[in-house]
Write a protein that binds this ligand. Structure first.
Ligand SMILES: *[C@@H]1O[C@H](CO)[C@@H](O)[C@H](O)[C@H]1NC(C)=O
Ligand SMILES: *[C@@H]1O[C@H](CO)[C@@H](O)[C@H](O)[C@H]1NC(C)=O
Ligand SMILES: *[C@@H]1O[C@H](CO)[C@@H](O)[C@H](O)[C@H]1NC(C)=O
Ligand SMILES: *[C@@H]1O[C@H](CO)[C@@H](O)[C@H](O)[C@H]1NC(C)=O
Ligand SMILES: *[C@@H]1O[C@H](CO)[C@@H](O)[C@H](O)[C@H]1NC(C)=O
Length: 380
């Protein structure tokens, strides 16, 4: 299990302690993952296994490619080849266009043996199109991730695009993102299919510094992970479908940190800008930005906690090296591995959320939802 945000792992006991800590806050409304009787990922969509979208995601989470799984050969084999890589963003975009019938989405030949399109309808009537990997007995064979959109346009209330890039490592962030996606009527949900530690070779995209190493399967720091292509496709779709107005649209990435990192911030928000004078001005000036309203609403929803941005806290988890954040903040696709954004370019579309274990508890889904609903207007 996770030793969140600590790559200088080593301390098994404290990792276990933090796991126990998370579990004790967690009163999951259903059986824990290990009891799902799913022999392949698509079983997670069976009504006998899952009745809510959150359960589907919880079940699929058990198929996440785990830490240390790949070597250079198996990683290469799991990565999309050129044809698959070309088809992937197109299918992501088709999902965003759906209105009423998930089966109207055309799955390209090159993906038919790898992925499937399912329509998952909850007893509540809420219905979703789910793009999910077909194969994997214990874990996904390819591990490119799971994509979900409401099956109808009327199921979308806000142009919020939620994602969880670090399954297994960042606690139950996939389940949290799924619950908030569902409760807010968000437009899209993307969950990565691999642990950031699945291939423990240093990323040749973003390099770490000091004691931090970023690995190949970390989609926040390697643009060759299918997560990045998916987010880029969603971004392009949003820009050609009304743009991303700060009052009603944002791309929110959910992360989990351990209690000892940035211990006085229960929620630390960043727009992918650090702490330069111009960045601090960006966070504090009068220009409306999604992160500013979200901060205010989260503080209102969780008055007992510190909800901070880089302008309030010295927490170093500022996401300045996050490749999706860089792209959303005006850095060209070809430069995201090497070039940070800056205040003069940052759009504010990107909201990076670091959370202490207590925040990930299902009991917090309600206030979290309220904060999102209050911070983002409904799209007409
Ligand atoms: C939490 O993170 C800090 C800083 O990265 C690290 O020093 C510590 O060992 C981690 N603790 C646990 C329980 O993983
Ligand atoms: C959990 O799952 C087991 C086995 O599927 C079942 O017997 C049990 O009733 C479930 N418990 C709850 C609280 O749903
Ligand atoms: C990639 O894999 C797909 C599915 O196995 C196959 O149809 C396609 O020919 C491959 N493309 C290349 C360029 O290898
Ligand atoms: C790197 O780790 C060493 C040993 O744990 C520690 O003393 C040092 O402060 C760390 N450096 C940074 C930049 O975090
Ligand atoms: C909030 O931050 C202040 C100042 O850093 C700290 O003294 C306080 O303990 C924090 N509160 C919580 C709940 O962590």
């Amino acid at each position: 299990m996770a030793s969140w945000k600590s790559l200088a792992v080593g301390n098994m006991l404290s990792a276990i302690a933090s796991w126990i800590c998370l579990q004790s806050f967690s009163q999951r409304p259903h059986n824990i993952s290990s009891v799902y009787q799913a022999s392949n990922p698509t079983d997670c969509l069976e009504p006998t296994i899952s009745t809510t979208l959150e359960q589907v995601v919880d079940c699929l989470n058990t198929f996440t490619v785990p830490e240390g799984h790949y070597d250079e050969f198996t990683y290469e084999a799991a990565q999309p080849n050129a044809t698959e890589r070309a088809a992937w963003p197109r299918i992501i975009s088709s999902f965003l266009d759906v209105d009423g019938n998930c089966m109207s989405i055309v799955l390209p030949d090159t993906l038919v043996d790898t992925y499937t399109i399912s329509q998952f309808t909850e007893p509540s009537g809420a219905s979703y199109c789910v793009f999910v990997e077909l194969h994997g007995e214990k874990q996904f064979v390819r591990g490119w991730g799971t994509f979900v959109v409401p099956a109808t346009r009327t199921g979308v209330s806000r142009h919020l695009h939620l994602s969880a890039p670090h399954p297994l490592f960042d606690g139950d962030t996939p389940q949290q993102a799924a619950a908030l996606f569902r409760a807010t009527g968000a437009k899209s949900l993307f969950i990565a299919g691999r642990s950031r530690l699945a291939f423990k070779t240093q990323s040749d995209c973003v390099k770490g510094s000091g004691n931090t190493t970023y690995y190949m399967t970390d989609p926040a720091h390697n643009k060759l992970e299918p997560f990045y292509d998916a987010m880029r496709s969603i971004f392009m779709w949003q820009m050609s479908n009304g743009g991303c107005p700060p009052t009603s649209c944002a791309f929110i990435q959910f992360h989990g940190k351990n209690t000892s990192s940035c211990s006085t911030d229960q929620i630390f928000l960043s727009a992918g800008l650090g702490t330069s004078t111009s960045s601090i001005d960006w966070y504090t000036n009068d220009v409306p930005r999604p992160i500013k309203r979200l901060k205010a609403e989260l503080q209102h929803a969780f008055p007992m906690w510190n909800i901070s941005m880089p302008s309030d806290s010295k927490c170093g988890l500022t996401a300045t090296k996050n490749v999706v954040g860089r792209l959303l903040n005006g850095i060209e696709d070809r430069l995201v591995c090497t070039t940070a954004s800056q205040a003069s370019l940052a759009t504010g579309f990107f909201v990076h959320v670091e959370q202490a274990p207590v925040v990930l508890s299902p009991e917090m889904y309600g206030p979290w939802t309220e904060a999102l609903v209050n911070a983002f207007e409904e799209t007409p």
